[in-house]
Design a protein around this ligand. Structure first.
Ligand code: ADE
Length: 230
């Protein structure tokens, strides 16, 4: 890859990138600042997307227009797979928008009507790099799975059950599938890496704020390791 695109969902994570990347230039478009520089001798361009699918889609398209030829996205998520505990890591095999729902028209939940596909498959090599980074740094605490995205903070056991049973999700968050769709439309490889901040149940909001700092640290370490080995 000639220019590695990195999107962080959290400010804390961007701070850590600021500390380690030697920045050569920066540009602001649509209210998002993109920083370009070098990390481990490789050219990277990184930014903070903001929350939700629209922010993530705009951010990703601009990142690609600025020359990124792959995208690594990190942040926190709510665990959907019952095997997962807070602090564990999910590396995306694919992504689906769980809030895309045209079922009254006969489309299955998650299906984008009249679009060539609705499940966006992550790049095999990036998945492998992210998984080996996670396994090395946090042994026994990561798995590969389907990342579900929607413009909703999930905080109900019933919804978790539905997402796990109908869409076979490993975790739920608010940006990954939108990044994935934009990358797919531009034929650009991507991977989504998420640290579990909560179990998307009734206590989700409490765990979420407690865990953000640790999660940002974990995400940064994984990104750093991927860039080193890419
Ligand atoms: N990000 C972190 N936790 C989440 C949750 N429970 N639902 C959606 N996005 C999240």
């Amino acid at each position: 890859f000639n220019k590695i695109g990195i999107i962080g969902a959290m400010a804390e994570e961007i701070e850590l990138l600021h500390e380690h990347v030697s920045i050569a230039s920066q540009i602001t478009k649509a209210g998002i600042t993109y920083f370009e520089g070098t990390l481990h001798g490789k050219t990277v361009i990184y930014c903070k997307s903001g929350v939700g699918k629209v922010n993530a889609a705009v951010c990703t398209q601009i990142l690609l227009d600025l020359g990124a030829d792959c995208v690594l996205f990190t942040g926190v998520a709510g665990a959907v797979d019952p095997q997962l505990n807070i602090g564990d890591i999910v590396v995306s095999t694919s992504c689906i928008q769980h809030d895309m729902d045209c079922s009254p028209l006969g489309f299955a939940r998650g299906t984008i009507p009249f679009h060539p596909k609705s499940e966006f498959v992550a790049d095999e090599r990036l998945v492998e790099l992210a998984s080996s980074a996670s396994n090395r740094l946090f042994p026994g605490r990561s798995l590969q799975g389907v990342v579900l995205s929607g413009d909703q903070f999930i905080a109900s056991r019933d919804t978790v059950k539905l997402l796990h049973e109908t869409l076979h999700g490993a975790c739920a968050e608010m940006e990954g599938a939108s990044v994935a769709q934009v990358c797919d439309m531009n034929e650009t490889p991507f991977v989504i890496i998420r640290s579990m901040s909560d179990k998307a149940d009734g206590s989700a909001h409490v765990n979420f704020s407690e865990f953000t700092v640790t999660a940002s640290n974990h995400s940064y370490q994984i990104i750093d390791d991927i860039v080193k080995h890419i």
